[in-house]
Each structure stands twice: as C-alpha cells, then as structure tokens.
Design a protein around this ligand. Structure first.
Ligand code: TYM
Length: 336
C-alpha cells in the first residue's frame, strides 16, 4: 500500500438538535485531533441530511448552527478546514463513481438503512440507500486516512474501506487509502438516559432520554436526576459496572466530560449512591456545556460571518478534492 500522509476527516448531519452523544462521541475528539497538529477537515453533511425530508428553512438554520457548534467546541476554522458538503461539488461527483463501484447487496446489509427505511423500504429515497457511498466519497475525496466517529458509524466506515479496496482492485491502482476508523475513549456510544440499551439520539421521541446541547442548567440537572438507574450505589471499581448499563453509561459520560479514564473516575466516585453522584454529574455537565452554548448563541448572531467562514472552508477543501477527483476520472477513463 502506498504511503498516505495522515489526514483526518469527519462529518455531522445538520438534521436536528445536537446531543451530548454528538459532542462526546465526535466533536470533543475532533478538537483534540486538531490540537495535536494533524491536518483536519470537518464537514456539515447537508447532502446526507436530505436523504430524509428536511424543511429548507430548518436546514439552512441548522447548517449554520452546526457550524457555530463546531467553532464553539474548539474547531478553529484557520487550523482546520471547516465547510459545508454541498459547497464542494467533488463529494457528489466522486459519490457517483462509488455508486458504480459499490454493490446493492453491500448497501442492503447496512444496519442504518434497515433501521431508517424499516418495513417501508419501497418508499425510502434512493439517496438514503446510497448514503454510505456518499460518505465514502466525503472521506476519500481527501485521501483521508483517519476518521473519528462514534460506534454507530463503524459499519459505514467498513464499507468505505470495501469501496476503496474494490476501486483499487478493479482499476489495478493503489490510489485510495484504506481508511482507519478512530472509535476511541469512554464515550463512543453514549446511551439514552431512559434506556441503557438504546443509543442517545436526536430522533428519540422522549426529550428526557437525551441532553441537548442547548439545554439550560435546570433542564440538564433535571434530566440527570430523572435518569433511569438501578437502586444499588455505584460499585467500588469499573469491573462492577459490567452488567449495569445505566450506571455504566453515567460513569462513561462523567469520565468523558472530565477527560479522565474510567478507573481514575471510579477511584473518586466508586461506592457513592446515585443521589450523590447524579448532582455531581449534572454540575460537571453544566460547567462544560454552558460555555459552548453561550458561544454558539454569540456566533449565531452574525450569520454573515458564519457564511464567510464556510465559503472560505469550501474553497480550501476544493484545492485538495479537485485534483483527487480529476485523477479518479483519469483512472476511470473519462476524457477531460
Ligand atoms: P451523525 O450526524 O448521526 O452523528 C455525528 C457524529 O456523532 C456521533 N454520535 C454519537 N457518538 C456517541 N454516542 C452517541 N449516542 C452518538 N450519536 C451520534 C456519530 O457516531 C458521528 O460520529 N453518517 C454520519 C455523518 C457523516 C460522516 C461522513 C462521518 C457523513 N459523512 C464521513 C464521518 C466521515 C452521521 O450520520 O453522523
């Protein structure tokens, strides 16, 4: 395999409210990678969002809100390339090539397709089915080598590897890197506060199941206070969290928010009853999240500035993606 320079790419859909899951599973880690000095590209994937219906005004607002969220969470638009997917046409151009590389059977096996299309697959959009090929294009348009995501994106990243490998094999080249997923840390799967077996998600009908990034301090405290748990106090050590998904989830959240490992956290909070631990967790969450939502609101007051940042980000992204797309067209045999 050819040597590819380390380059990080990741994306988030501007399709709804942002949750603590998005923050801990993705954004917080994006900022860390940027701060380590690796080349980083972060994207608002509006093309992915419209695979299910989006009201146009909401999509516009949420895209800008997501840009503000990225910046408020520590993404510096100078050090990282921060942009909106639809402003870089190379993503969809490369996605078409990948639609012709990927197989129907691969797409049909995707858990997210099965969950989102459900029994109503005939009525789902063609875009929803092809979603993972566009995701592969997002990543491979930059020859990105590393992709930080939460656990729920693992299968899509495996498919990205399959697409890269099949393209390289079919055309007899060593052109696309086989990307490494980065699914690390205590918060790769933040669970619902109402049900420790389900992922915390913006689409859960119960608002009590999640912490939204825009929740105020009282709401955050109330949601953690009401979070479902078993009646026992926390165990003394991490091993005791094994069969206690709700307790484990709250400890994972605490560890991720405080940038500490589980063992270190358990040395502090092990043995405490939930009546003591939950307020500690709520205080920590408010301390970490309040500055982000305040900064988000400040940034949202100047939409023109956000739009300027995104236009500049798209321009920078295109300087990388355009030559890679051109070379892909050459490999495929397109005259131009
Ligand atoms: P999306 O918009 O659903 O989620 C954005 C990121 O947040 C993570 N995440 C979570 N992590 C931990 N616990 C949770 N409860 C939780 N909920 C969400 C997701 O794993 C993700 O990292 N298909 C992607 C967007 C995408 C993309 C890409 C990602 C499009 N192109 C290219 C990486 C590279 C998605 O729908 O993420």
């Amino acid at each position: 395999m050819a040597d590819f320079t380390p380059r990080v790419f990741s994306g988030i859909q501007p399709s709804g409210g942002l949750t603590l899951g998005n923050y801990l599973g993705a954004l917080k880690r994006f900022a860390k990678l940027q701060d380590q000095g690796i080349e980083t590209l972060y994207c608002m994937v509006d093309m992915h969002a419209i695979t299910v219906w989006q009201n146009p005004d909401d999509l516009r607002r949420r895209t800008r809100e997501l840009a503000a969220f990225y910046i408020a969470s520590g993404i510096d638009p100078e050090r990282s390339i921060l942009f909106n997917q639809s402003q870089v046409p190379e993503h969809t151009q490369l996605a078409w090539i990948f639609n012709c590389v990927a197989r129907m059977g691969w797409m049909r096996r995707m858990t997210q397709w099965k969950e989102k299309a459900g029994k109503n697959a005939e009525e789902a959009s063609l875009g929803l089915f092809a979603y993972p090929a566009l995701m592969a294009a997002d990543i491979l348009a930059y020859h990105a080598t590393h992709v930080p995501v939460g656990e729920d994106q693992k299968q899509h990243l495996e498919l990205t590897r399959d697409i890269a490998a099949k393209f390289n094999h079919d055309y007899g080249v060593d052109f696309f890197p086989v990307t490494e997923p980065m699914i690390e840390g205590p918060a790769t799967r933040v669970m619902s506060l109402r049900d420790g077996s389900r992922k915390m998600s913006k689409s859960d009908p119960s608002d009590m199941s999640r912490i939204n990034m825009h929740d105020d301090a009282d709401t955050i405290a109330q949601k953690f206070r009401k979070a479902r748990t078993d009646p026992e106090p926390l165990p003394e050590t991490a091993a005791g969290l094994e069969d206690r998904p709700e307790a484990r989830n709250l400890v994972n959240i605490y560890a991720a928010l405080s940038d500490r490992g589980i063992d270190e956290v358990m040395a502090d909070v092990g043995g405490k009853p939930f009546s003591e631990f939950k307020p500690m967790l709520a205080d920590l969450a408010v301390e970490k999240l309040a500055p982000i939502s305040t900064e988000m609101r400040r940034l949202m007051a100047d939409e023109a500035e956000i739009d300027r940042i995104l236009a500049r980000g798209a321009e920078r992204a295109r300087t990388i993606a355009a030559p890679i797309l051109r070379r892909t067209y050459d490999i495929v045999g397109m005259v131009g």
